[in-house]
Design a protein around this ligand. Structure first.
Ligand code: FAD
Length: 393
């Protein structure tokens, strides 16, 4: 293999490009990114960067040495992939390459009624964060649609900036699918304790607006059932859609992401997928998973690159399941793979406390560790209880 195109210049793409060099690949590496920026980190976009306490430069994922070892094609969109010809059609030309890393992540999902309405925001990109920050003024009324990790983080940042914040969640308990009902309830209690109103089972029917044309601006939301909630700013945090449109007609298997085997390799041995866009079949169970977490992208890059360079699967992907989220004055940390029905055992503190540690137990074994504001204990328990197979770095 003499040349590799990495499509998508964000966390997964940057890590894959670095890994190619780290694993000894000395051929051509072209990193193609639709955004005009060098790869930057997204987690601060809902936290310190949104709050105005982190500088733009602190988000950079590549240093000068990294950048010098790559061909960066920024502000360039991959339009099409022709695997048989080894060709990637770009918005400004074409690339002929031997290998491809697909790292195109996803785009923020939004509400159909949001198009062209000022004051309604999603949060995925640097520009989104900058635009939202301008509207987070003390005393303003913010309605956040969706109480997932990003919605909860925006709510906590907005509260800290002095806004009056309401979070709307369609489910009865936010994050219950990730954390299980007991710990999800414990986390959603953080909102009320910090002065945010959390409304569960609240389905947004439409946005309320005033003005016409370019002056049309949000004034609130109407819930199913007719209730109207006034708002000066609305943030839609209802997840993302994997960016696979450019792969239509490529022959690759697509679904909710790019389908790969348990080694992150597509149906073509010279094309792998990493990060939020990769929908892999678990090496042991065969079940298909796609994760939208920082650590997942970082852990997948070395595995996908090793398998790409080997031309076959030499390493399976075994996720650690590590996720963190900063909300209000606390940090939530989860590792492992909790499932519905797991028993939650508190190791320190209890659900109503501002700091606690708990484990998830199944058939006598610890399958997950969760902590709120207990980083050291979390790390120790995670190391002791969730030993990872030797095949994964
Ligand atoms: C606001 C926010 C806060 C977050 N906070 C946390 C957190 O606290 N903890 C945590 O674990 N995770 C967090 N995450 C999730 C984490 O940031 C993502 O999992 C990570 O960014 C995934 O990286 P990725 O490279 O796979 O995808 P992305 O970051 O989505 O990057 C994909 C890149 O590909 C580009 N692209 C798409 N299509 C094309 C194309 N056709 N041609 C060229 N380029 C293309 C996109 O423009 C983008 O730059 C957060 C995410 C957001 C948005």
């Amino acid at each position: 293999m003499k040349s590799v195109a990495v499509i998508g210049a964000s966390l997964a793409g940057a890590r894959a490009a670095q890994e190619l060099r780290a694993q000894g690949f000395d051929g051509r590496v072209v990193l193609v990114g639709e955004e005009p920026h060098r790869p930057y980190d997204r987690p601060p976009l809902s936290k310190a960067f949104l709050a105005g306490t982190a500088e733009r430069e602190s988000l950079d994922l590549l240093d000068e040495e990294d950048a010098a070892s790559l061909e960066l094609r920024l502000g360039t969109r991959a339009e099409r992939l022709d695997p048989a010809a080894g060709r990637v059609v770009l918005s400004d030309g074409e690339l002929a390459v031997d290998g491809v890393v697909i790292a195109t992540g996803g785009r923020a999902r939004t509400l159909p009624a949001a198009a062209g309405v000022a004051g309604v925001h999603v949060l995925r990109t640097l520009e989104d964060s900058v635009a939202l920050r301008e509207e987070l003024v003390p005393g303003a009324r913010a309605v956040i649609v969706g109480a997932g990790f990003v919605g909860a983080e925006v709510a906590s940042t907005a509260r800290a900036l002095g806004l009056d914040v309401t979070v709307l969640e369609a489910l009865e308990t936010p994050l219950a699918r990730v954390l299980g009902p007991e710990l999800a309830r414990a986390c959603s209690g953080l909102h009320a304790r910090h002065g945010t109103t959390l409304r569960c089972g609240a389905v947004v029917e439409t946005l309320l607006t005033a003005g016409d044309g370019p002056r049309r601006r949000v004034t609130g939301v109407r819930l199913a059932g007719g209730e109207r909630l006034p708002a000066d700013v609305v943030v839609v945090g209802i997840g993302m859609v994997p960016a696979t449109g450019w792969l239509a007609g490529s022959g690759l298997e697509l679904g909710n992401g790019v389908h790969t085997c348990g080694g992150l390799v597509t149906s073509r041995p010279n094309i792998v997928a990493v990060g939020d866009v990769a929908a892999y079949a678990h090496a042991e169970t065969g079940a298909r998973h796609r994760h939208e977490h920082w650590t997942n992208a970082v852990e997948q890059a070395p595995v996908a690159v090793a398998n790409l360079l080997a031309g076959k699967v030499v390493r399976p992907y075994v996720p650690s399941g590590y996720v963190w989220s900063d909300q209000y004055s606390g940090t939530l940390q989860l590792a492992g793979h909790p499932e519905p029905g797991d028993e939650v055992v508190f190791v320190e503190g209890s659900a109503g406390d501002d700091a606690f540690v708990a484990t998830y137990r199944r058939a006598g074994a610890t399958v997950g560790v969760f902590a709120l504001n207990r980083a050291k204990q979390f790390t120790r328990l995670r190391r002791q209880a969730l030993r990872r197979p030797a095949s994964v770095a």
